[in-house]
Design a binder for this molecule. Structure first.
Ligand code: SF4
Ligand code: SF4
Length: 54
């Protein structure tokens, strides 16, 4: 049940600050979640447009 960021991402960067392990990185104009993710879900509710999904 890995998490991913959808194409709806507006690149605001809010989720990056929420991640305790630095698993969210820039990927072109949007962001992506790397294998460092421990699925703590701290980022999920921080996204203003709910672009972080299972
Ligand atoms: S679920 Fe937790 S570890 Fe994974 S990207 Fe979100 S904040 Fe980071
Ligand atoms: S908080 Fe949401 S919209 Fe903002 S960079 Fe993260 S995934 Fe994209």
């Amino acid at each position: 049940m890995a998490l991913r960021i959808t194409e709806d991402c507006i690149g605001c960067g809010t989720c990056v600050e929420e991640c305790p392990v630095g698993a969210i990185v820039e990927s072109g104009e949007i962001f992506k979640i790397t294998d460092e993710c421990n699925e703590c879900r701290a980022c999920v509710n921080s996204c203003p447009i709910s672009a972080i999904v299972e």
